[in-house]
Design a protein around this ligand. Sequence first.
Ligand code: C2O
Ligand code: CU
Length: 506
Amino acid sequence: AGWPVLSDYVREGRPGKVLTSRAELPPAFRTPLPVPRVLEPVSTSGTTDTYDITQLHAELEILPGLRTRAWTYGGTFPGPTIVSRSGRRTVVRHRNELDRPAVVHLHGGHTPAASDGYPTSLILPADGSYDARRVHQDMSGGSHGMSMDHGAMDLTEGTRAYTYPFDQRAATLWYHDHRMGYTGTAVWMGLAGFHLVHDDEEERLPLPRGDRDIPLMITDRSFAEDGSFQYPWLDSGLRTPGVRDAYMNGVLGDVVLVNGAPWPVLETERLRYRLRFLNGSNARLYKLELDPQPEGGGGFVQIGGDGGLLEAPRRHDSLEIAPAERFDVVVDFSRYRPGTRVRLLNRFGDGSTAQVMRFDVGSGHPRDDTRVPRKLSDVPRLDPGRASVVRDFHFRGSSAGWTINGREYEPGRALARPRLGQVEVWRFTTNFHHPVHVHLDHFQVVSRNNRGIGAYDHGWKDTVDLRPAEAVEVVTRFTDYTGAFMIHCHNLEHEDMAMMGDFVTE
Ligand code: C2O
Ligand code: CU
């Protein structure tokens, strides 16, 4: 209630939508929902689990009968799911066998700067096909009009190891490419996967687990006649005349994929399921709803968000989920009659994008020994009254591009220098619509337009959906790691059009 209207960010009629160039879209609700495989560590010691991922091209069958050449983590889209334990170190060694540089960011990770995936910390292709000169050319083209210094780049050839201490609570994280000027391209082409963190607190709860704990990465894509992904500026960066203007508001597709499959279907038993929704789309905002709703409504029981468990469950009829946000919900399919087919709709969509997937509820009467406890966790409140600094970040668009505080992204230039341990209020304002993401630590939303917080703002978050003419205040405290981290819009085309900034913790 009282939320400002949505911008044309969610409207289908605007430029920015790419259409699949086949007359017919694939039929909905035919493909069984795939669940990404869980990656096995290559070695494990008393403190550390080590994983290897090779980034490579792969031919996937996403649309029936067609091959899609994707850029993948380990040959699949989404990439394999990594499952870590809070308090144990995870090392992921990424080998780049693609034909262009890569950067890996763990979204939501409390990660030291050296492993955070700074946008110019590149893994060059293992075959030696790139040198610093070529990288430099790419960079200055990729993000509009930017100059940068060779010295600011940190180049690794072939393989780079990322170290994640996981001194953080259980949460649904994800990893994706983060190369300066090319994040939208790389993610669209397939470079994204889940990284889940578990801890004792979460495991003591009687929540659904095992094959009833399912990560769901929702993305939209469009396809060319031959099955390949269609993205408007694949190799050109943003230099292509006309293209950049048409896609200023971000790129939308017309095929909705869940875990890489178009409008899939999942057969469920009449039991509770934990569904971890991630909006992995470049620019699309969804309003998810179960159709039919279970009697009495409140079909989504939210137990967690970006940064792990909420204090107490919250019931929702719908979920508005912006790019990069996660909603961890329990759906109790025993509230439906045996044999009900429950569609997951997108109320912000239109035509092919108005539905997402379907749950086909079984006919048995199995006994459910799971439940959602009234208390989930302790979430200590950060007190904005104790903030020693209030910082303003203005997200602004103009015909010239997308800026934060009037600046386009420039590596090495700090928009803020927070001291570790200090409570800070960050205030985000805009004339448009931007999902704002902050690296390193989660924050808590304090207010929207000086009023209370929205229905989807509870708990620890790392991405907050900033709507037109809004001012959103969050309270945060950065801990443990000094160095350069990012704040940016997670509309990936905005990010690539330089709506990003460094902040340097000291
Ligand atoms: Cu999900 Cu800086 O990104
Ligand atoms: Cu934006």
